[in-house]
Design a protein around this ligand. Structure first.
Ligand SMILES: [Fe+2]
Length: 233
């Protein structure tokens, strides 16, 4: 799907695949946001890059929201083809090992991958004309981040599994999977507190709905709701 002039969704639930992969076309090629699932996302990515006439564009960067198998699965494949891999420092152990620690019950492995650009805390960087703002939002995992990029004048958020943006405020709290060994409700609440003052135009999550409109108040509503969801932190 094409969401904006230069923003595409290549795979995800609407294509029958668990997690989303986004592509941003820019002057130097393509920036991919998240790396999908090894032996799962490849066909859909190739098909839809082809459909949009992007198959010859070089994927120069992959921005990984966090180091889970369904978000970093194809990082090694793309790095081999020349993409720079970007992720937060606290996700490095899993991405570079290609899996969680041996005592984690969720033993899903993927090809290990070196990270080229290591993020710390909140920061900003440029990829040619793209200005990428990183908001560190620990909780789902210690190094989860939001990539915030202005595209076509819109404040576009790639939030990974920080929260799925579906719903009306009445639907209650929305947050990602809480089963990671290092999940922290305390950190998650602090992360929601940090972002509640923002009013994004589009919230693009790792799973579930895409929100391309009407999401300005979602961060604030989610913060209010999450305080009720984890009252005994
Ligand atoms: Fe995740």
């Amino acid at each position: 799907m094409r969401l904006l002039q230069n923003l595409y969704v290549l795979t995800g639930p609407v294509f029958g695949i668990l997690s989303h992969v986004y592509a941003i076309k820019y002057s130097g090629g393509i920036v991919m946001v998240d790396g999908g699932i090894k032996n799962g996302s490849e066909e859909s990515i190739a098909k839809w890059l082809g459909y949009w006439g992007l198959e010859k564009e070089k994927v120069t960067h992959m921005l990984i929201t966090h180091g889970h198998w369904d978000h970093a699965g194809l990082a090694a494949d793309y790095r081999e083809k020349g993409a720079r891999i970007v992720a937060h420092k606290k996700e490095l152990p899993w991405i570079e090992a290609g899996g969680p620690p041996p005592d984690d019950p969720e033993q899903i492995l993927w090809p290990p991958c070196k990270v080229d650009t290591i993020l710390e805390g909140d920061c900003k960087f440029n990829i040619a004309e793209l200005e990428v703002e990183v908001i560190h939002v620990p909780g789902h995992t210690p190094g989860s981040v939001i990539y915030r990029i202005n595209l076509d004048g819109k404040d576009v958020w790639f939030v990974g599994d920080f929260f799925p943006p579906e719903g009306h405020p009445a639907h209650g709290v929305k947050h990602g999977w809480t089963g990671d060994q290092f999940f922290s409700s305390r950190d998650l609440i602090e992360s929601f507190k940090k972002v509640q003052r923002y009013h994004p135009d589009m919230i693009l999550a790792g799973h579930g709905y895409l929100r391309v409109d009407g999401c300005a108040d979602i961060p604030k509503n989610n913060y209010n709701n999450i305080l009720l969801a984890f009252p005994s932190r």
